[in-house]
Design a protein around this ligand. Structure first.
Ligand SMILES: Nc1ncnc2c1ncn2[C@@H]1O[C@H](COP(=O)(O)OP(=O)(O)OP(=O)(O)O)[C@@H](O)[C@H]1O
Ligand SMILES: [Mg+2]
Length: 264
């Protein structure tokens, strides 16, 4: 178990919550998250007081119908989108209380992302794309590219390091995005539909990699998915509907949820 009294990032200990206020083993905690987009007639309330919790060492899926707020919730949890109301804690650090530059620093060090649209940099080679999180955290180019090459190998793209993202299929680009999310061994990996563009065999390989990243002390993987093939990898599933988390399944409730989803 990750010791809760150890600062997550010594450079931003200011907003660290007291150990007493952190439920033991909690990786992600969000309470009362409200987020609206637009104004007037065009206003959409994407999150309506969402509460969410994920624990250390778990692979946690977030499921729900299109438009229910899954991507918005992930963005708020990752600190890339400010909520209008509510509070987010990651590994005992209260994100809500940090300045923008502190959130950015925290994110670089502790979070790996796989976005719904992959977000690869088109002018950089694959190995350069995957190196980015390491370079941002102060690694030298040679060391970063060596680690990035290893990750590309793991996702089945060894030998293609110098190609550009535009030379790859959607599924291959998604695998580069996965390599980039894991390369700096972040505590929290956040994935929006990581297997949507992947065939069944590659999808399972990627889920094995993500499971490995989740099941270590002080780590957690959050995955938004519509893909019932990955439900069997989950330790816990949160169901969302209309801007809120409406159900959480673990243990026996998880088995019956997966069973009922696979039948429908
Ligand atoms: N930047 C934005 N501007 C305006 N409305 C937005 C924006 N982002 C999301 N929304 C709206 O907020 C709601 C929630 O969107 P969100 O993308 O979080 O849904 P989702 O559950 O991820 O859907 P999907 O499964 O289709 O990806 C939707 O009604 C969407 O139209
Ligand atoms: Mg989405």
């Amino acid at each position: 178990m990750f010791p809760v009294s150890r600062p997550v990032n010594p450079t931003i200990s200011l907003s660290k919550t007291s150990p007493q206020s952190l439920p033991v083993g909690q990786a992600v905690g969000a309470r009362g998250i409200v987020k609206a987009f637009g104004a007037g007639d065009a206003r959409t309330l994407a999150l309506k007081g969402a509460d969410f919790e994920a624990r250390e060492g778990e692979l946690h899926l977030i499921v729900g119908p299109s438009g229910c707020g899954k991507t918005t919730l992930l963005s708020v949890l990752a600190g890339t989108l400010a909520s209008d109301e509510g509070e987010v804690q990651l590994f005992g650090t209260r994100l809500t209380g940090l300045s923008t530059s502190e959130v950015t620093r925290f994110r670089c060090r502790n979070i790996g992302f796989i976005f719904q649209q992959f977000n690869l940099i088109p002018t950089l080679s694959l190995v350069e794309n995957v190196s980015v999180p390491l370079l941002l955290n102060g690694s030298g180019r040679r060391e970063a590219e060596a680690k990035a090459s290893e990750r590309l190998q793991q996702v089945g793209l060894g030998g293609r390091e110098r190609q550009l993202p535009t030379q790859l299929s959607g599924g291959q680009q998604q695998r580069v995005a996965i390599a980039r999310a894991l390369v700096h061994e972040p505590r929290l990996v956040i994935c929006d539909e990581p297997t949507s563009a992947l065939d069944s065999v590659t999808g399972h390989q990627i889920m094995d990699l993500l499971s490995g990243a989740a099941r270590a002390p002080g780590r957690c993987v959050l995955i938004v998915t519509h893909d019932p093939r990955v439900y069997g990898y989950a330790d816990r599933i949160s169901e969302m509907e209309d801007g809120r988390v409406t159900g959480v399944h673990a243990g026996e409730s998880l088995s019956s949820f997966i069973h009922s989803e696979n039948r429908s």
